[in-house]
Structures are given as C-alpha cells and as structure tokens.
Write a protein of this length. Structure first.
Length: 273
C-alpha cells in the first residue's frame, strides 16, 4: 500500500486523471491525501468533487479556503468571485450530496509523525493543540448551526491567535490560520496581502514555518495553498502546491519513500490565485 499526498487540485480534473494514471493508483491498495482546495478556478471542479466523493474510502482531503468559499457561495452568504468556476457544481443535480460531503471534511489530518493542513499553523500551536482547534472548527461545520459560521467566516480579524478568543472570532481565526496562512508579522499575527515567493518577501515578514520557536516541530507538516512557493521538501515541512492552475504541475508525494511524482498542467489562472 502507498500513501500519496497531492497538492491543490483546484478543479484541474484532467491533471488529476493524468497524475493518477502516472501513479497507477489503485483504490484497493493505495490512499490519496489532498492538501485542500479541491475546487475552483480549474476546468472541471464538478468532476473533481464527484471523483473524490466516489472514492471516499481511499481519499483524505482537508478543507482549503476555496472549498470553504464554495460552501459560503452555495448558501448565498457571498457572491461568486469574478474568476470562480463553481457554476457546474451549483447547478448539478447532486449538488446537495456533494456539498454535504465537502462540509464533512476535516480541517487537519494527522497520522503518526505526519500532519496535513491546507495552509499552515499558528507558531504558538503544538501539534496536539492544532488538532484540537481544527476539531473545534470541524464540529462547528458539521453541527446544526454550521450556517452561522459560514455567514460570518469572511474577514481578516482577529489576526493573532489567543486562547481568550471565543465565539465567531475564535472560529474565524482558526479558519484563517488553517486555510489562509502564508506570512506572519514579527508578533505572530497573520499577513494576508503578500502572496509571492520567499525571494520577494518584505523583511518584516516571516514564512509561518520559519517563525522562531514554532511549537509544532514534533511532526512533519504537509501543506498546499502557496503556489508561488513551489515544491519545498524539508525535514520539518513539505509544500506541495506547485501551481497546476497556472501552468505549473500537479504534484504527489509518496510518504513511504518520500518520492515525488508530477504531471505538467495547462495555464488557467495567475500565480498566487
């Protein structure tokens, strides 16, 4: 059995099919982890979502910011963005089944020394605390008041985690940390504007995974979200969003021997989307 971790698909169904063929993926023996952002901006988000839902027995997908955005759009809390490609899902006869399946996905997946999240963790969170806080948000999304969270999800505040946060502020901060993090200010607060790679970062910003004293060093963290960062394989973190959407590649990382597999993609968006 092999476990493959795949970076952001974002509706690029053709690339997903090609990658699965390259891997000779077999659902009876293999497992596929996905770092979130299953949908949006690519050519066929509906097909990607249907494939993942149909392979629920062998797929572990965490929620990304585009996945949460789809849920909010579907409930009418926000209008679609100009570049969104969610129409086929919203008009599909099985939309309710697919959206319910998506809403039941976790925000974080941990297996032994591996931890997968869409974007990143707060530097003050241990791996245990990150798992617990992701569980809080997961409970909110799966519970009877899930629409309350989606209706108040959007916003950049509070930017810095505190255990004293409560209610919607607490949930929003957890969601933004898990699904939108790239850079942090020196006090550990989230910065949302800078989306380019490490070479262009202002001096006052630090990538979340390089923040001094980060408390989650006991696990290897697999994440996506940061397409301009590209493929990054280190002893502590592995970044797997290699920009399939804008003409890069769709990447899979095999946990058992740490080999990478890639297929090239057609450009459909812009870097940092």
């Amino acid at each position: 059995m092999s476990t493959y971790v795949v970076g952001d698909i974002q509706g690029c169904h053709t690339a997903l099919e090609e990658l699965l063929a390259t891997l000779n993926f077999d659902r009876t023996r293999d497992r596929l982890w996905i770092t979130g952002d299953l949908v949006n901006r690519g050519e066929d988000s509906l097909a990607v979502l249907r494939w993942c839902q149909a392979h629920d027995d062998c797929v572990v997908a965490v929620l990304g910011n585009h996945d949460l955005h789809l849920l909010a759009v579907a409930e009418g809390f926000v209008p679609p963005h100009r570049k969104d490609t969610l129409e086929m899902i919203l008009a599909a006869p099985d939309r309710d089944t697919l959206l319910h399946w998506l809403r039941m996905r976790p925000l974080l997946h941990r297996d032994g020394a591996w931890l997968m999240v869409h974007a990143g963790l707060s530097p003050s969170w241990s791996s245990d605390q990150a798992e617990q806080l992701a569980g809080e948000l997961q409970t909110a999304l799966r519970g009877p008041d899930w629409r309350n969270f989606l209706g108040r999800m959007y916003g950049n505040e509070p930017r810095r985690w505190s255990a004293e946060l409560h209610g919607q502020d607490r949930l929003r901060c957890i969601a933004n940390t898990l699904t939108r993090t790239r850079y942090l200010y020196q006090d550990g607060s989230l910065e949302f504007q800078h989306k380019l790679g490490l070479d262009s970062a202002p001096s006052e910003l630090t990538p979340w995974f390089d923040f001094p004293g980060r408390a989650s060093g006991d696990v290897r963290i697999l994440f996506g979200h940061w397409s301009t960062l590209g493929l990054l394989i280190r002893k502590d973190v592995i970044a797997l969003d290699t920009g399939c959407l804008w003409g890069g590649a769709l990447t899979a990382f095999r946990l058992e021997d740490e080999q990478c597999f890639q297929v090239n993609c057609d450009a459909r968006g812009t870097p940092g989307s």
